[in-house]
Design a protein. Sequence first.
Length: 238
Amino acid sequence: ACQHRLWPEIDRISMEQLRYARLGVGEGGWQLFAEDGEMKMYKREEEVNGMVVDPLKACHMVRGVTGHEMCHYFFSPDVRMDWETTVEQMTVIETIAEDTLVFLQVHKRIWPASQRDSLFWSHMRQVPDHNDRDGHDIWIVCNHSTENPDFPSNNGKFVRVTLTVCLVCQTFIDPPKDGAQIVRDNITCKITYCSVVNPGGWAPASVLRAVYKREYPKFLKRFTAYVIDQCKEKPIMF
Ligand SMILES: CCCCCc1ccc(-c2ccc(S(=O)(=O)CCO)cc2)cc1/C=C\c1ccccn1
């Protein structure tokens, strides 16, 4: 992967997104728009050329799974259609490395806007987290739009969105007493999900904001429930 032409961008954007995800929501005009138990979702209202591109940041704490497991299922193309309800078709159009793929996705149409597709590289990596007391590693998946001459955005069929998404996960272990083996009940995963999606062409602001308000909480709840369910009978992947 290190010699691939996209590698410098992949490395830079992934690390930028890690820093961005770890910034608190205290400053920068974030407004809480949805809450469900441990899950808190924030957004900023931003428009680019009259198009809604509201950045989103979701924070969640999930008991019983590790950050590695969360990122593994978020990254894996094999299970994408099991949890990702916004997608109608998904293709891996390039394998840059085993931890770096290029996806082409057709998203479900959001009436009355025209149907969208997205083309993005997806990179998963483990980042040692030295500045954290209980020193647990951080796992990240970063998805960022890219171009490919074989899949031009002006393909006439779909409007191409541009997006940057990151899932940053940190595992916390509450060690059991008397040195017993760690079980799932002893682990918690702190999740930060950030996304900026530019719809690529005009879409009514009211429709987009309503969709995001309704769909993002469902999206994250569904994904985390899926991972919990997939992991519960399996050995812990630290
Ligand atoms: C006018 C309609 C514009 C929006 C269409 C759209 C574009 C992109 C995306 C999207 C959503 C999640 C990712 S990801 O987190 O990287 C995982 C891989 O799929 C990437 C892209 C979705 C949707 C469409 C609907 C929508 C938007 C958020 C939430 C729920 N539904």
